[in-house]
Ligand binder design. Sequence first.
Ligand code: UD1
Length: 373
Amino acid sequence: MSGCTSGGRAAVKTILHVVGARPNYMKIAPVMEALRPAPGIRQFLVNTGQHYDESMAGGFLKELQLPVPDVDLGVGSGSHAVQTAKVMTAFEDICLAERPDLVSVVGDVNSTMAASLVAAKLVIPIAHVEAGLRSFDRTMPEEINRIVTDRLADILLTPSRDADENLRAEGAADDRIHLVGNVMIDTLRRHLPAAGLDRIRARLPVVDEPYAVLTLHRPSNVDRPGTFREILAAIRAIASELPVVFPVHPRTRARLKAFDLEGELDGATLTEPLGYIDFLSLTSHAALILTDSGGLQEESTALGIPCLTLRESTERPITVTQGTNRVVGTRTADILKGFELALAPAGPNQIPEMWDGHAAARIAGVVRRYLGV
Ligand code: UD1
């Protein structure tokens, strides 16, 4: 591994992209692709290894045609402090060896914040893709990651105008903020034609009739037996009317077992986590999405499919004001009330501004101007 800023290639600028957890790969893939033809840019991909199961990480890298990472830091699971510290220690060595001109981070996972802290201390400029989202709930680890990352980033690449407003309210200068749209929707649009129902029909025969898709992984939902039970009671009631398909995140799988809740899921079809295109096949043909994920709120809005968000807040309010999302909380009765409303005919749903499949091209433009290449 050698830097590209010495000798005859002095004009080449190195961008060090950081990924680590499942929701990162679909955000970085279109950005790397959009920057690929740019002469004078060398891209270097760091995988922190925050997620390490093939179904959570490796499979996505291949499916989304990301290059094999130049380095894998192999940090794995741990407490927040341990995971963050491990990424920082290993990532510092990479930055010192590669001397990048820019570090690009995406989303709001621990790897995002850890890499940003390292870059800022080494005075390396940072670009944050998906800047400005706020749930205003500091009990969410991701909210801390968002606030810290945005505070440190030099280039704030936002998916929507509400994000711009959040950043301005926190004092970010206008020239740091760039509204570019939603890069995850670039990936969704690109892969939608390959996401026919046939991909999953053989494994999940239930999809031949209307069905709902459920995902759950937030610690605030699955690490608390009382909350988890409330949600599962609602899912059982929903499943008696509409089959529910539930790809289970490893954290959730572990909690179902630990709290002895596996029997509470009668009527739902459980699967292992699915790959990107299989999951898109499942969601894009669903009648309803039930989730506590951030990304899935956006994807359901882009697909025009009703979504019930099983949380008390969202950092993506545009999916409620313009899209198909309802934030219903985690109590059984509230979820069921939302379920009744969700299946009623919906008003016209809008696709938010710049969720048009071209966010990565706009990001590449901003980055190239910043680096002068
Ligand atoms: C992380 C992100 C979250 C994101 C989610 C998507 C943070 C703070 N959280 O949460 O924002 O929405 O990823 O999945 O960064 N595990 C495995 N295999 C893996 C990964 C995890 O078995 O490949 C299990 C381990 O038991 C681990 C647990 O899942 O302890 C939680 O993983 P972790 O990366 O800490 O957080 P997530 O809940 O996945």
